[in-house]
Structures are given as C-alpha cells and as structure tokens.
Design a protein around this ligand. Structure first.
Ligand SMILES: *Cc1c(COP(=O)(O)O)cnc(C)c1O
Length: 219
C-alpha cells in the first residue's frame, strides 16, 4: 500500500466539485505506487525529472497521461517529446522553440503551459507577468505550429502566510482571464495548487492542481 486512498477520494471529490483536474505528482515514488493509483482509474501523473519519467513511462500502461512539471532543460526535450501529454513549466521562448522542433520530428503537437513567476521568493523559475502578453503569444502561435499553448502554471511562495499565497494565485488568475478573452489563444488550463495550498488555488480559479505528498505520502 503506497497511497492514502481515503485522502485520494476526498481530494477527488473536492476537485470534481470545483471542476478541476488532478495531476498526481509521483516523483521519487516507485512504479508500483503509480500502478496502485492507476488501478483506481487514475490516468494523469506528474513527474519532475526526465530520466525518471522515461523509466516509468517504459514500465507503465500506455494510456497514462504524463505531465512534466519540473524545470525542463532544452537538451532533454527530445527524450520526452514522443509521448508527453502536457509540459507545465515552460519558462523561456528558447525552450518553446526546442519543444516545437522536437514535436515536429515526431509529427505531433505538444501541449504546454507557460510558467509565470508569481512568488515573491527569488528561487522560482518562470516568465515575468509582462512577458506573457497576448501579442507575444499570438506571435509564438504563428511561428511555432507544433506547440500548443494551453494555459498558465504558477507556484506560490512556500509560506504559512495564506494571504500572501492567495494574492499570488490571484495575480496569476487575472493574467489567465486576460488571455482567455483573446479569441485566438483560447487557453483552457490554469495549473496552480499543490498539497499545501490547493484549496486556496481552487478558490482563486485553478482548474488543474498538482498534488504529491497528500496522496503518496511524504518524500
Ligand atoms: C513536487 C511538486 C508538486 C507536488 O508537491 P506536493 O507538495 O507534494 O503536493 C507540485 N508541483 C511541482 C512543480 C512540484 O515540483
């Protein structure tokens, strides 16, 4: 028994009520742990490390939707390009170009979310808010036909200050609503919220959360 089923079902219920998708973050957990969740019908799994993702993908059922949620280096895109379902943490135009190139090689489009730097902490990756303007994204859309920008992703400060966390999520939510108003972009995914802050994220409009330790236990 790797997973906390009661917690899983409770979280699922909350997310269903909010109309949000659960990405089960399985980094550092063995393939058997993922399989346990898979057997309950779960299909969306999130991983942070390319090598670990490749190993698990080779071992586990083909209908799993693999989300890459970590910091992705350009030279590693090629390893996940054949199968990845959604790349959450795209944080540079250079990386977008590389994703486009690798996706083209495999005759597919790759879904991506742009990571926006919303935390006051210095350490988090991501675009600055003014870099993800609709004009810039329309330009990208034209130049990179194998990349599909589906929305935004962000991480709040790791903090007990719920007011701060809420304000950061709200900032991202605003940015997302602005993109939503643009007819050509049509974003659908706002990925924000983890085990410790997903309830706040849902209240601020998240429709995809990435939860690890609340389901799989601490790492
Ligand atoms: C590890 C991780 C998560 C999940 O964190 P938990 O606190 O275990 O829920 C979510 N998003 C990203 C980007 C992560 O690296």
């Amino acid at each position: 028994m790797y997973i906390d089923k009661d917690n899983y079902y409770r979280i699922k219920e909350q997310l269903t009520a909010a109309g949000a998708t659960l990405v089960a973050v399985s980094k550092t957990k063995p393939a058997e742990a993922l399989l346990e969740l898979y057997e309950l019908g779960h299909r969306d799994f999130g991983e942070n490390y390319v090598q670990e993702l490749r190993e698990k993908q080779a071992l586990l059922p083909a209908d799993i939707r693999w989300h890459f949620i970590g910091h992705l280096q350009s030279n590693k895109v090629k390893y996940i390009a054949p199968f990845v379902h959604l790349i959450h943490g795209v944080d540079s135009f250079r990386l977008l170009k590389e994703i486009n190139k690798q996706a083209a090689k495999h005759n597919r489009s790759i879904n991506v979310l742009l990571q926006v730097h919303i935390a006051t902490e210095e350490t988090k990756y991501g675009f600055e808010e003014n870099e993800v303007s609709t004009g810039k994204l329309e330009e990208v859309l034209q130049e990179l036909p194998h990349v599909r920008i589906r929305g935004l992703m962000g991480m709040a400060s790791f903090s007990d200050d719920t007011g701060l966390v809420r304000a950061e999520f709200r900032k991202l939510s605003h940015l997302y609503r602005n993109l939503e108003r643009n007819a050509t972009l049509q974003p659908e995914i706002l990925s924000m919220g983890m085990s410790g802050d997903y309830k706040i994220a849902l209240e601020e409009g998240s429709n995809m959360v990435r939860i690890g330790s609340a389901i799989f236990g601490s790492r």
